[in-house]
Design a protein around this ligand. Structure first.
Ligand code: GTP
Ligand code: MG
Length: 192
């Protein structure tokens, strides 16, 4: 798959406004500021395909990027960020929940977590739900460049150990949008 040919297709607050629900979608999910949009840009070698920001809560809509006629990548709004006005948060959490529960073409989840704050409660809830729904999950421990190699590998081992408890198709890899760490593993899983 040529990820660099990814094309922005549509942004929408609900799945009714998205294009047809056919083919296969892999969605990038995770806490606000985890690095979802950055990972999509790194994967597609396009600096500003998905909008990123230092401020959590940047992505507030469901964003679809087309790879080919059958395959799409999806940038989802983040969860778990306290400092967003409640009304806004409720609106975009509704989008997220609806997308996850109703999107027929959803074929897999990439769950991104800042390597310094892995496996928070909401991350675990999401992964348990995905396993229940028989969706394969790739956990990316993002911003791996923020830790030294030994610390990085320690977290990787810990999260791999912990993810046995999900009892599903859950893999864990290090990732850095900055350095390209984990990019081959991400492509392998997406191609698989
Ligand atoms: P929301 O859309 O708000 O949910 O956030 P997001 O998960 O899409 O995060 P985004 O990609 O916007 O990145 C958030 C911040 O983290 C930005 O300042 C990025 O530059 C930074 N960031 C993302 N990935 C990396 C990484 O691999 N390494 C480092 N050092 N910083 C990163
Ligand atoms: Mg984003």
């Amino acid at each position: 798959i040529e990820y660099k040919n990814a094309k922005f297709t549509i942004s929408a607050p609900n799945i009714a406004s998205l294009a047809t629900d056919e083919g296969f979608e892999v969605a990038f999910a995770g806490r606000s500021n985890a690095g979802k949009s950055s990972a999509l840009n790194t994967l597609t070698e396009q600096k500003s395909l998905a909008r990123t920001s230092k401020t959590p809560g940047r992505t507030q809509l469901i964003n679809i990027f087309e790879l080919d006629e059958q395959r799409r990548l999806v940038d989802l709004p983040g969860y778990g960020y306290a400092k967003v006005p409640l009304a806004v948060k409720q609106k975009w959490q509704k989008s997220l929940g609806e997308y996850l529960q109703k999107r027929e073409s959803l074929a897999g989840l990439v769950v991104l977590m800042d390597i310094r704050h892995p496996l928070k409660e909401l991350d675990q809830d999401l992964i348990f739900w995905a396993v229940d729904s028989e969706l394969p999950v790739l956990i990316l421990l993002t911003k791996a460049d923020k830790l030294k190699q030994s610390a990085r590998n320690k977290v990787l081992q810990e999260v791999r150990q912990a993810s046995i408890n999900f009892e599903g198709d859950v893999e864990v890899e290090l990732f850095s949008s900055l350095k390209g760490t984990g990019l081959p593993a991400l492509k392998r899983k997406l191609n698989g």
